[in-house]
Design a protein around this ligand. Structure first.
Ligand code: AMP
Length: 215
């Protein structure tokens, strides 16, 4: 089953994608993670997108479609979770064509609904373990032992995203409403849209997603 997790920045797409990977063996394809990896490894493309990402703007369709196209050959029986992709109508069309060319299809698009105020609170306090990727938050989920990852035990490896600040977040939200939210109508018309409430505990939201996918 190939699915898209759709929602504004901070809706919890990455967190829920990790759950689906652990529980169902699906493969997460996050263009945000791919772009951050390109920056860390210092590739030409990584350098090209750095300023755009830090400002909270969208990287070109050509770059992100290329990144996804490279990944679609990886073997998966359980299916792909597209996380943070597509973000424009052009990307949505390209994804449909890419899947079709592999003899595959998209089964569901889960829209995670979270209001703006909650997004700001979630994003401005979040950080992750640089070793294992476990997510934390200054208010909602602090590590049991200060500066130590609950999951992998590494010390001093927490990091914050450069674009998780209020200015960049405002730009990211604008990009979501202007360029990405038209996808809601696009997938609704294709009868693929499942809307769920993205507010609440991680387990609760995970339950709603499972219900939407299996129901
Ligand atoms: P994310 O981790 O999904 O929040 O993405 C972080 C940043 O990477 C975004 O603010 C964009 O600058 C860029 N990005 C990630 N995915 C896309 C995409 N599908 N289209 C355009 N830009 C993207």
């Amino acid at each position: 089953m190939n699915i898209i997790l759709l929602g504004p920045p901070g809706a919890g797409k990455g967190t829920q994608a990790h759950r689906l990977v652990a529980e169902r063996g699906m493969v997460q394809l996050s263009t945000g993670d791919m772009l951050r990896a390109a920056r860390t490894s210092g590739t030409e493309m990584g350098k090209q997108v750095a300023a755009v990402m830090d400002a909270g703007k969208l990287v070109t369709d050509e770059i992100v479609i290329g990144l996804i196209a490279e990944q679609l050959d990886s073997a998966t029986d359980a299916g792909f979770i597209f996380d943070g992709f597509p973000r424009t109508l052009a990307q949505a069309d390209a994804l449909g064509e890419l899947l079709e060319s592999k003899g595959a299809s998209l089964e569901a698009v889960v829209e995670m609904q979270v209001d703006d105020e909650a997004l700001v609170a979630r994003i401005t306090g979040r950080f992750t373990c640089g070793e294992c990727g476990e997510g934390y938050h200054d208010t909602f989920k602090t590590p049991a032992v200060e500066n130590t990852c609950d999951n992998c035990g590494s010390v001093g490896s927490f990091k914050r995203r450069a674009d998780d600040n209020e200015d960049a977040l405002r730009t990211r939200l604008m990009a979501y409403y202007k360029d990405t939210s038209p996808l809601i109508g696009y997938y609704y018309a294709k009868n693929m849209l499942k809307r769920i409430d993205g507010l609440g505990e991680i387990d609760e939201v995970a339950g709603r997603i499972s219900g939407a996918l299996d129901g």
